[in-house]
Design a binder for this molecule. Sequence first.
Ligand SMILES: [Zn+2]
Length: 502
Amino acid sequence: MDCDRNQLSFVTLVALGIALIAAAVFFSGKAGIVNASGRAGLAQRHGDDPVLAKAYRFERGGWIYVHLEGAPHDIGYQHGYLLAPEISDAFAAVSSEMTYTSKRDWNFFRRAAHTMMWPKIDVDYQSELAGIVDGMRARGYTKLDQDDIVAMNGFMELADYYVPWLNKQTQNEAPAAKSGEEHCSAFVAAGSYTKNHQIVMAHNNWTSYNYGARWNIIFDIVPQRGYAMLMDGFPGVIASDDDFGVNSDGLMVTETTITDFHGWDPNGKPEFVRARKAMQFAGSIDEYVKIMLDGNNGGYANDWLLADRKTGEIARFELGLLHNKVWRTKDGYYVGSNFASDPAVLKDETTFDPNDMAASANARHARWDELMAANQGKIDTTLAEAFLADHYDTYTKKTGPNRRTLCGHGDMATEGDPAFARTPYNPAGSVEGKVIDTHMAESMTFVAHTGHPCGTNFNAREFLAAHPEYSWQASTLIDMDAGPWTQFRAGEHAPTGEAEEK
Ligand SMILES: [Zn+2]
């Protein structure tokens, strides 16, 4: 007994000693957070894990900046570890909105991810997705598995493209899942249109506020293969997905979605995989197009706006499932507001009416053309920021935020707009914005703004009180605070005095 007790005491002492050392390491790590490199804190706190030592996060201007670096599984692991609380929170919003709008349960999406998507995903991205799950588990978040994360990565394509296609295949008379809501306003301009003949590119992301309030990640990724990338993004998702970014070879990328698109190929490669791959491996407009076309599944069909800072060339790449077309120039502009341009795409792949000027996509198209013409030769990043915040409605000829203005407010009355007729006062619209020019692209820099680019805050409680028909969102709808415009650069750390890592 004595012997046992002595052993116990010894064990207790050893345990106490380890705890004290761990505490000392923890607090020295905490103290080391605000240093020039910012890496010491993370490495000490997590047992000198060499995978986590390369990664870090800090917060600025409402954004969470994460630096990820290394082999595919390492990048995923860092992503899952550093953003575990945000991924868990985002998953709740995604799973509730996808199941509500599609009238399918979450297991349906898990099965689609497992049987349809996973076998088509490149091995490197399978590793990265598995890494996200492992990283979350290492942080103590054990509820989500690989199928959950893959389905979440497909959140822009499964409910709105796959489900309507499946309904049609199975003659399911359930209401169309696709809401017909528009996604995003964007432009790219070059040559005589811009100040100093730089390329200027800008984009505001339109989603539900339920998603948009969480669309606040700046991903700075240095992969083992391919180009480094700086892009905005959503917790747990490996592609930018809204999309906006620049890679280290000078390719600048954004897009707006094609309204009322239909089409899906279950044997294709998920859009989120192709989009991430193109951002990572395309050094030219041609390479971008080639990667997006390889295994095209029709999901999340977009008009891609592209630019190559090396050549000064800009392009619009309209990517349907049956048809696609590329327009390119070194002197001009392309705008995006969810309208398709190729008559073949319009006729065969959409139900969209390009002549209804009450429709948001057409009204914003007209506004973009007005702004480009009125500012020819003057367009720069400052004007681009103002364009993204624009509230002029070309249909009513009045100024005021609604879902027909470049800065979209879906929760505002928009008389005559067909999407508003389908879903009045929908809490959706512009949820953040980004701007870049050639000079910024050279150092992989852009400016970004959380929330509505005009600066209007969204208050979830007030909205739900006024519009109880959206109470199905009550458990996940949160406030969406706006701004300020904030600059981010690849490879940067938090300045001394700002907290890095959490
Ligand atoms: Zn606005």
